[in-house]
Design a protein around this ligand. Structure first.
Ligand code: GAP
Length: 440
């Protein structure tokens, strides 16, 4: 566990520096919904981009998809979500507050007033709404509780157009909604969140091997993007916690300040979903295997991650505090590829043409990666501000720059500074961002 990071410190930093704000804050907020600010949105885009690169553009056996949130209601009957996507809900007989039964610290007892709670009843987590101008049962639709079904219903469309042969995967990123009974822990459990999901279709009998190799690949992705391996683990599900569709499931867990918790589930969904959609839609979704000249319903391995939970893990793992010359420095040691901005550009003084030159350099760098310009306050304070948002490099323009066209390049982690010609800056920063050429 990261001993420096408490949830309170991370939440405060997120608010203070523009990562994440409570939603509708001027109206007092709306329970457990959050907005990503100017810094957070960059980090979120980078997390999604790192995932997309690893599982779509960086592979030859996966393609992307962007399915809609609203789907035909029969989808959710076929998938089993109408009948079975529920959590056990109990209500306190004294204060009437409602809880998820399996989240109670003391079984049968209200955590707020010590009253007795009712027997549990199953509460379906899907949000309902109406499609079109008539509000009746016929027009009821659901906000998708997982992006996965958009992939399954498009299986034959993709197969017919993408010219992929099994084994292959379809990946997508998008919003999902669950009317969680007990949301909490900041962006860890919310009612609106984003998912990054892959459905990897394999020949039955080859599922176990693919299941294993996706576990290795997905665990490796978190480490490759900067999370310390000792704060991650794979946890196989017991048979009584398996989802209705799963033959087996392993969670990637991270040790948050509130304990080991799931970032991603990797499930062997067998042929459950495609078979269900074949039955409910009456459409053939079998795969024709040219080698054996026979048809089969593929099995599916599903690495299913959130966006928000991994993002929280990246923040928590990167959070650090240290003493520097009698001062406390807070620094986010984010992998430079994930960092919202790659460099801060600063004039040492607000005179002698330094701000203008610094702005010119900012514009040169901006062509290549996101950078910020800051001329307010002492140079030390400006460095600290960017340390707190994880900006890996600082470029300072001073009186020397005006004479010899060199700047100082500061490293966020080591706080070392080197002098470098302006015309080498882009290449040098790029080299330091690239993990293959980094000197650390
Ligand atoms: N398609 C399979 C599926 O949705 P899941 O384990 O229910 O599986 C996958 O969800 C991932 O989605 C989780 O590991 C988590 O990262 C994210 N997730 C699920 N519910 C969430 C919630 N209420 N808030 C934030 N993220 C959530």
């Amino acid at each position: 566990m990261n001993e420096h990071a408490t949830m309170e410190k991370v939440v405060n930093l997120c608010k203070r520096r523009g990562f994440i704000f409570p939603s509708s804050e001027i109206y007092g907020g709306i329970g457990s919904t959050w907005d990503y600010g100017p810094v957070g949105v960059e980090l979120k885009r980078n997390v999604k981009e790192a995932w997309w690169k690893a599982v779509v553009t960086g592979r030859n056996d996966t393609v992307g998809l962007d399915a809609s949130i609203l789907m035909h209601p029969r989808v959710w009957e076929a998938s089993g979500h109408v009948a079975g996507f529920s959590d056990p809900l109990v209500e306190c007989k004294k204060c009437n507050r409602r809880y998820r039964e399996d989240f109670l610290a003391e079984p049968g007892q209200c955590p707020d007033c010590d009253g007795k709670v009712t027997e549990a009843r199953q509460f379906n987590l899907m949000f309902k709404t109406f499609m079109g101008p008539v509000e009746d049962t016929a027009s009821t639709v659901f906000l998708r509780p997982e992006t996965a079904q958009g992939i399954f219903v498009n299986f034959t469309n993709v197969l017919d157009t993408a010219r992929q042969k099994i084994p292959f995967g379809i990946a997508q990123i998008g919003k999902s909604f669950r009317n969680e009974i007990t949301p909490g822990n900041f962006i860890f459990r919310t009612r609106e969140f984003e998912q990054m999901e892959i459905e990897y279709f394999v020949k039955p009998g080859e599922d176990e091997e693919a299941f294993q190799s996706w576990q290795d690949a997905r665990l490796g992705w978190y480490v490759d993007n900067g999370i310390r391996a000792e704060n991650l683990r794979l946890r196989p599900h017991d048979s009584d916690e398996l989802a209705h569709y799963a033959k087996a499931c392993v969670d990637v867990e991270y040790e948050f300040p509130f304990g080991w918790s799931e970032l991603e589930g990797i499930a062997n969904r067998s042929d459950f979903d495609l078979k269900q959609h074949m039955e409910y839609s009456g459409k053939d979704m079998t795969y024709f295997d040219e080698a054996t000249r026979s048809r089969y319903v593929p099995y599916v391995i599903e690495p299913s991650a959130g966006v928000d939970r991994p993002l929280l893990a990246f923040l928590v793992d990167a959070y650090d505090e240290e003493e520097v010359e009698g001062d406390r420095r807070i620094v986010l040691r984010l992998d430079p590829r994930l960092a919202p901005f790659k460099a801060g550009v600063y004039p040492l003084l607000r005179k002698d043409g330094q701000p203008e030159r610094a702005q010119e350099i900012r514009d040169i760098l901006k062509e290549h990666f996101p950078v910020v310009y800051d001329q307010a306050g002492s140079i030390g304070r400006r460095y600290r501000r960017q340390d707190e948002v994880g900006t890996p490099f600082g470029v300072t323009v001073d009186h020397e720059t005006m004479k010899d066209q060199t700047v100082t390049l500061r490293d966020r982690d080591a706080m070392t500074q080197v002098r470098i010609p302006v015309d080498r800056l882009v290449d040098e920063i790029r080299r330091r961002i690239d993990p293959r050429t980094r000197d650390r």
